[in-house]
Design a protein around this ligand. Structure first.
Ligand code: DC
Length: 223
């Protein structure tokens, strides 16, 4: 029998508002360190998509919680969860305590036992450093000005929606920010021990270099 205690996986938490760059950054970090990656927004988007697809109302608290309890990411194969409508509905289901409770276990299991025996996990979302993994090894709160975030999101969305106005995306973003930050259960907020990373004037490479400096510094200190 091996009496060595198992080393707990390294967890890197990235929280922040929509289009702050946290997803791109999280993916780069996971790739660089060989860690597993979970975009937790896809879980909320997935529940929202399933509801919309069934003709349901994302604001129906009971139905949304039931959809989250039986949520299976496999059911989303081919689903377009990146639309503006699914994003807005995701923010509504994310304010539902029943939905959050159902998805919490999934996220914690991922962090505690990353797929493919990876030595660590990178999770991005709104409440990773505060609620899902309060003991994460490194925490970031990634942000950028609303104008820059709206521009980034508009450039992405307009590939499939050439008629979409930037002002509409900007307005949606402000509404989502307000809903995500104001909800009673696990609101988007900065963990006290999170490193603040403002990407307003940073390229992806520069943001990644800044994040690496922080992570490598923590790894050196922890041996
Ligand atoms: O990051 P995103 O845009 O894909 O997230 C979609 C919605 O899900 C967002 O409005 C807030 C919510 N969300 C959340 O409440 N908690 C998380 N950990 C991740 C996302």
């Amino acid at each position: 029998m091996n009496s060595e205690p198992a080393t707990p996986p390294i967890v890197i938490a990235l929280d922040g508002p929509a289009a702050s760059g946290k997803g791109t950054l999280a993916r780069r970090i996971a790739e660089h360190y060989g860690f597993a990656f979970l975009d937790t927004g896809t879980l909320y988007r997935g529940v929202a998509w399933l509801m919309l697809n069934d003709g349901g109302d994302p604001a129906d608290a009971k139905a949304a919680a039931a959809a989250a309890r039986t949520f299976d990411p496999q059911k989303l194969a081919g689903a377009d969860i990146r639309t503006k409508e699914v994003g807005a509905a995701a923010s509504v289901v994310a304010a539902n305590a029943g939905v959050r409770a159902a998805l919490l276990e999934f996220q914690r299991r991922f962090a505690a036992a990353p797929p493919n025996n990876a030595a660590g996990a990178v999770l991005d979302g709104r409440d990773i450093g505060t609620v899902v993994c309060p003991d994460a090894t490194v925490k970031f709160f990634v942000t950028a000005s609303p104008e820059v975030r709206a521009r980034r999101r508009w450039l992405e969305l307009r590939e499939n929606r050439p008629d979409l106005q930037e002002s509409e995306v900007y307005q949606d973003l402000l509404e989502r920010d307000a809903r995500d930050a104001a909800r009673a259960d696990a609101p988007m907020s900065t963990a006290a021990d999170a490193e603040l990373l403002d990407t307003t004037h940073l390229s992806i490479d520069a943001a990644f270099a800044a994040a690496r400096r922080v992570i490598d510094g923590v790894f050196r200190r922890c041996g």
